[in-house]
Design a protein. Structure first.
Length: 185
């Protein structure tokens, strides 16, 4: 019995050390997602790189920055539609908005802004939105997007609208300004 307890304690100690959140500061490169950014101090990233990279400072429910790319032939998760060949940046933005509106976890959605913008030195789009979570928390977000066949890149900042959105917005602006593709598609 004592041996089992010792082994259990050792295993739990090892597992407790496997924190999926890794501190990040300065230049961050993701070869898997073909981008490089400059991350501010005191942010952490989530280790697994499946759908994209997620960074937070105080926790996902308070604020996050997500950098992702999606193959244009893959359907968006909620709208179940795909990007089409030759689609304009504005059309890609509208498709992302349709996907957001079809998301059952986003209540009382409002698109504050939908306009052309630049991302990584390329023509793209900017979407500013608000919504309420199922628990009633009001969130605000910004998506900078770039449709570059065969990928759609998205740089997203989302935070609790009260206090956190404005607090971390300057950090997000620096991340956006530093965003670059490693290779042109």
């Amino acid at each position: 019995m004592k041996r089992f307890s010792f082994i259990s304690i050792v295993c739990l100690s090892i597992l407790a050390g496997c924190d999926p959140w890794v501190p990040v500061e300065g230049e961050f490169t993701s070869s898997a997602h073909n981008f490089i950014v400059e991350m501010p101090q005191n942010w952490k990233r989530y280790n697994p790189e499946k759908e994209g990279i997620v960074f937070t400072r105080d926790g996902l429910s308070l604020e996050f920055i997500r950098i992702s790319r999606m193959a244009t032939e893959k359907a968006l998760p909620h709208a179940k539609r795909k990007f089409s060949a030759g689609m304009l940046q504005e059309e890609a933005a509208e498709l992302i908005i349709q996907d957001m509106r079809a998301n059952p976890n986003m209540k009382n959605q409002r698109i504050v802004e939908n306009m052309p913008d630049r991302l990584g030195g390329h023509n793209g789009f900017k979407i500013v939105y608000t919504y309420r979570t199922k628990g009633g928390l009001k969130k605000k977000g910004i998506i900078y997007g770039l449709l570059q066949e065969p990928w759609c890149y998205q740089l997203t900042y989302e935070a609790a609208q009260r206090h956190y959105f404005a607090k971390e917005l300057p950090d997000f602006a620096r991340v956006k300004a530093s965003f670059r593709l490693l290779q042109a598609p």
